[in-house]
Design a protein around this ligand. Structure first.
Ligand SMILES: C[S@@+](CC[C@H](N)C(=O)[O-])C[C@H]1O[C@@H](n2cnc3c(N)ncnc32)[C@H](O)[C@@H]1O
Length: 232
């Protein structure tokens, strides 16, 4: 079973419209290049794209075909690319690249995250921006803690329970979903592994990619935010 179709229900607590508004504000304040081309990397179901597409010429990229199917349905006129953020070549540049909701963590290792940031950097025009919302730092991740989320609608019940774990510099957890619908109740487990990177390590990745960077510990959703500007 694929829980992708429940992704938007599970993350219905997120205010994508407000987050996209904050991203747009940062772009207006910091962008130093002509044009409005924006690429959202690891765009998921296209929720940020939905609120950015009126102000920018937006494209999306994600590794998951299932996520992209939903993103395309939501944003029928937006081009989407199925590709890997650590190694893609769209053959063109953008004024802004975003990578939000901690998706950079899925690169898993420092080496692959650096590759991803470098790859994103190569797709940005001089004076353009790379905006990355990070996953946890090693110190902020608390292994051995249990978490639960409940969706309680008349015809849909989802109980999602997990325990946060850590091996070396990788956080991992199994998301156990109990999904109840009028047709019956099913159980599905989704395994996740995300790399834990230090702030200084992230900043170094930006510098290595030719981007000057600032870090805001709050960002758009209290997860922190790196804003890099391509200087050359
Ligand atoms: C937590 S979701 C975030 C989705 C979206 N940005 C949002 O805010 O809802 C992480 C996304 O990263 C995508 N992803 C994971 N590894 C990836 C990779 N190597 N390249 C591109 N996308 C990846 C997943 O398919 C998923 O859509």
């Amino acid at each position: 079973m694929d829980v992708t179709k429940y992704y938007d229900k599970i993350y219905s607590f997120k205010d994508y419209e407000q987050e996209a508004g904050k991203i747009a504000q940062i772009i207006e304040q910091r962008l130093c290049s002509e044009g409005r081309h924006l690429l959202d990397i690891a765009c998921g179901t296209g929720r940020h794209v939905e609120y950015l597409k009126d102000q920018f010429e937006v494209e999306g990229l994600d590794i998951s075909q299932e996520m992209l199917t939903i993103a395309r349905r939501r944003n029928p006129n937006v081009p989407f690319h199925q590709d890997n953020m650590t190694d893609f070549d769209l053959g063109r540049t953008f004024n802004v690249i975003t990578c939000l909701f901690s998706a950079i963590g899925y690169a898993k290792t420092l080496e692959l995250a650096s590759k991803a940031i470098a790859c994103m950097g190569r797709h940005i025009i001089r004076g353009g921006l790379l905006i990355v919302e990070p996953w946890f730092t090693p110190r902020a991740w608390h292994p051995g803690t249990a978490h639960a989320l409940l969706i309680d609608e008349p015809n849909l019940k989802i109980a999602r329970v997990s325990t946060s774990l850590m091996k070396g510099r990788v956080s991992y957890f199994d998301l156990h979903h109990l999904i109840g619908t009028p047709e019956g109740t099913t159980h599905f487990v989704e395994h996740h592994e995300l790399g834990l990177f230090e702030i200084e390590e992230m900043k170094q990745m930006f510098a290595d990619a030719g981007l000057s960077v600032t870090y805001d510990p709050r960002g758009i959703a209290n997860r922190g935010l790196y804003v890099g500007k391509k200087t050359k």
